[in-house]
Design a protein around this ligand. Structure first.
Ligand code: UDP
Length: 310
């Protein structure tokens, strides 16, 4: 296949580039580098099956020749990023998704949207199953990301139903691993960077809010299987192993042998979900997929990466 990956220089996009190249496909990575970084794909320079195109996909996307699949991963994705870049976040979800779908339609390509657990908002159902429509405040600070992705899902389904584009939607739950940006503000890089500096970990609120963390290689496997499947409805891909942020801080301090402890900060963003855990029954059934990397192994890999970049 000849595959276009938008956001190809980002955390998830760059790992997908690696996977598709390893499977023998041709990869075009497109990124405007507002949150992505060419360092993530520097090791692919000179690979004849790989090409990087610097482009902002909120403008018309022109690709010469055939395209067999479009994986649409371009978007700011950390709460700090989308608070700083609210209009870009809305534009890439709306205009960027429209352009990427238009390209898929013109090329007769398969299309996969990177959606998110954020479309469930601060959920009133637990765990979150794909049929749960969510609890999102459109005008809250997180609304710019949540609604952009909700609109993107709606647009993908419209292109599927009206134009017959062969589409997929993956709803990605918290994912971590090497190539996350050290300063992207999310809990995993924050805690690891603080721990490696011997500082206290900043737990926002009382730390009772929960998340379920998935290692990046599990996500990549789920996305790869979903693209090759023929399933058009949304599929949650995440690790159901749920823990409080306080417990998570303790694991990070333990693995890094950080003596800095924990400090509590009143920095929760309004609408910060109190609980989050994917129901992965659909992924198990349709893709025969489930996560295989446990938290301590995944975190050890990630800590090793951050040790190098610090
Ligand atoms: N969080 C925290 N300390 C930090 C960064 C984040 O306690 O230094 C909390 C945050 O309030 C949220 C959870 O960790 O409840 C996960 O936040 P993150 O920004 O990683 O992503 P989210 O899952 O909210 O999109």
């Amino acid at each position: 296949m000849r595959v276009l990956i938008t956001g190809g220089a980002g955390f998830l996009g760059s790992h997908l580039c690696d996977r598709f190249l390893a499977e023998g496909h041709h990869v075009l990575a497109m990124d405007n580098l507002i949150t992505g970084n060419v360092r993530n794909i520097a090791h692919l320079a000179g690979n004849p099956n790989f090409q990087f195109i610097r482009h902002d996909i909120t403008n018309y996307i022109y690709i010469k020749g055939e395209v067999d699949a479009v994986l649409h991963f371009a978007s700011p994705a950390s709460p700090i990023d989308y608070l700083k870049l609210p209009i870009q976040t809305l534009k890439v979800g709306a205009l960027g998704t429209h352009n990427a779908l238009g390209l898929a339609l013109a090329k007769g390509a398969r299309f996969l949207l990177a959606s998110t657990s954020e479309i469930y908002g601060d959920p009133l159902e637990h765990p979150q199953i794909e049929s749960y429509p969510g609890n999102v405040d459109p005008i809250g600070p997180r609304g710019v990301y949540d609604e952009a992705k909700r609109y993107a899902e709606a647009l993908v389904m419209a292109y599927h139903r009206v134009h017959g584009v062969d589409t997929r939607i993956v709803r990605i739950f918290n994912t971590y691993g090497p190539r996350m940006r050290l300063a992207d503000g999310r809990v995993v890089p924050n805690f690891i960077a603080q721990a490696l500096r011997g500082e206290p970990l900043t737990v926002y609120g009382n730390g009772a809010q929960t998340r379920s963390f998935q290692y990046v290689s599990d996500l990549v496997e789920g996305v790869y299987r979903l693209l090759l499947s023929d399933f058009n409805d949304p599929v949650n891909i995440g690790n159901p192993y749920e823990m409080s942020i306080l417990e998570f801080a303790q694991v990070v301090n333990d693995l890094t042998q950080n003596q800095g402890g924990i400090i509590y900060k009143d920095e929760r963003i309004q609408g910060d979900p109190q609980t989050r855990q994917p129901d992965i029954g659909r992924a198990r059934k349709v893709l025969n997929w489930e996560p295989v990397v446990n938290l301590r192994d995944g975190l050890s890999q990630t800590i090793a990466y951050f040790r190098e970049v610090l």
